[in-house]
Design a protein around this ligand. Sequence first.
Ligand code: FES
Length: 179
Amino acid sequence: MAASDASSASTVEEITPPPLDMNEVDRILEQHHSDSTELIAILLDIQDALGYLPIPALRHISEQLEFPINEIYGIVTFYKHFKLTPPPKHQFTVCTGTACHVRGAVQVFREFERQLNLDTTICNTTPDMECGLETVNCIGACALGPVVIVDGEFKGQVKQTRVSSMIKKATRSSGGDTE
Ligand code: FES
């Protein structure tokens, strides 16, 4: 249900990413002795450091490791953990596992889409990078379903009618103007 990073690639041009610190990429490559057998660990460390995997960083890694860029791209698009776009300021994660699903998680998710004016089949981040929306499959709090995680904070028994206030509360602190 959640848009993949690959499907949101078409909107990458619309977003101004933060400046890329290639020194940080080089530092991580050095830590791993530019060893291509450590590619996954390198990618994980770079994502931890930068928040995502910028395409220029992937090209740089490809050159430094003498590893084909298409294979690196294949890896980062295969594993959902890897992100090719910068993280939004506020992340809303709706659990759509079975227990949450039967209690209305899909309706909650659709309400988030409506309030954020997002079509997650195309992109799961608002153009201003203020809000992101994604789904997850069961986070082990089934009795509290439907569960939504807002910027890392769990919210239980979420109803559609709470969605608007949840977005307002989350964005208020950063002066966001979403909705
Ligand atoms: S199904 Fe949502 S927490 Fe388990």
